[in-house]
Design a protein around this ligand. Structure first.
Ligand code: AHG
Ligand code: MN
Ligand code: MN
Ligand code: MN
Length: 334
């Protein structure tokens, strides 16, 4: 039984020049995740469900109490730690610079979606956290800058997610290593290694898309959806359609069982919905580490040069053969 903390330290020993900072940062994120988990577990009896006083975030979304609670927890834990120079969060329009001597010494910044799947909170359905870690490009010892955050996904140093599901899991990967999953033992309060060296199957049996949007997507996406839904065996469709309303939960199934998640553009959402920096990039990073693919329809997600912390992108992500199949569908010229 290896704990998350032991595991990250063990990985360090493979690199004599490593300083242990990443390991410390991951420990901080794991601690915040456990604190959020405690709140999520008792949400219905702790008066932390529903909207947060009508607040609206920079995306124009109504903020839920759990969005704010998770956001504050991650910010406070990382601010009081010593391994993070600053944060960009879905719930804050501007970057948060931890301008103090200990944090200014840190070489890492974090971008995060503190609570993914907000619409699931009130109905006890799965929710998650997504994070992306970059090495700073600005000078150590000084406050972090916008350029530290606005790096393309290919520069990510590490990324991961937490799934608050039927059990709580912490999954992360680094550039040097594979992706590993840890399950929280609630009675002990520790994440234990449960899914070493995760690899995504190249094929899958599920595609994750909200059919409410079928009519507004372009012909290429419809061609692919029709392929997925084509009757093949006793009139059953080729693949099962699933949509958890939480990218983390959908992607977790895909990491373990294979499949594909789609959030394309549509007529009334020409940029798509999901955010490049703290939803799509970290999931693309983990997916590629596990042998899968992630594209916006024309290029790899992680090649996109970002211009805004909160920019959106269409995304097609998951098992290699399914993404290949999507890419082979003819592009709609209209
Ligand atoms: P968030 O709760 O962080 O704003 O993100 C929710 C995302 C994603 O998890 C989910 O797959 C998608 O939004 C659902 O989008 P719709 O609002 O179109 O249902
Ligand atoms: Mn949101
Ligand atoms: Mn999200
Ligand atoms: Mn969110």
């Amino acid at each position: 039984m290896i704990t998350l903390d032991e595991f990250t330290i063990q990985q360090l020993r493979l690199y004599p020049q490593a300083t242990g900072e990443l390991s410390g940062l991951l420990r901080g994120i794991g601690l915040a995740a456990k604190m959020v988990n405690v709140q999520v577990n008792k949400a219905a009896i702790a008066d932390i469900l529903g909207e947060d006083g009508g607040a609206v975030n920079v995306q124009g979304e109504t903020v839920q109490k759990l969005d704010s609670l998770a956001n504050n927890t991650f910010i406070n834990v990382l601010r009081h730690g010593i391994h993070c120079a600053g944060i960009v969060s879905e719930e804050n329009e501007e970057m948060i610079v931890f301008d103090d001597p200990k944090n200014n010494q840190s070489k890492y910044v974090v971008l995060m979606d503190p609570l993914d799947g907000s619409s699931n909170t009130d109905v006890n359905a799965p929710i998650g956290t997504i994070f992306s870690i970059y090495r700073r490009v600005s000078k150590l010892g000084e406050p972090c800058t916008k350029e530290d955050f606005l790096q393309k996904g290919d520069n990510q140093f590490a990324a991961g997610y937490v799934l608050y599901g039927s059990s709580t899991m912490f999954v992360y990967g680094t550039r040097r290593h594979s992706v590993n999953g840890f399950t929280l033992d609630n009675s002990v309060g520790e994440f234990y290694l449960s899914n070493p060296h995760m690899q995504m199957p190249v094929d899958g049996k599920t595609y994750h898309f909200d059919y409410k949007y079928y009519h507004g997507v372009d012909q290429r996406v419809r061609t692919f959806l029709d392929y997925c839904n084509e009757p093949v065996d006793n009139l059953d469709g080729r693949f099962a359609n699933k949509n958890a309303g939480c990218m983390v939960a959908d992607m977790h199934r895909i990491f373990l069982k294979g499949g594909m998640f789609l959030y394309p553009t549509r007529k009334n959402k020409p940029q798509g919905k999901l955010r490049l920096m703290y939803e799509c990039n970290p999931m693309a990073f983990l997916t590629e580490l596990c042998g899968g693919s992630a594209t916006d329809g024309t290029r790899r997600i992680m090649e996109i040069e970002p211009t805004d912390y909160h920019e959106r992108t269409p995304i097609f992500i998951g098992s290699k053969h399914l993404v290949d199949q999507f890419e082979s569908c003819p592009v709609d010229d209209n």
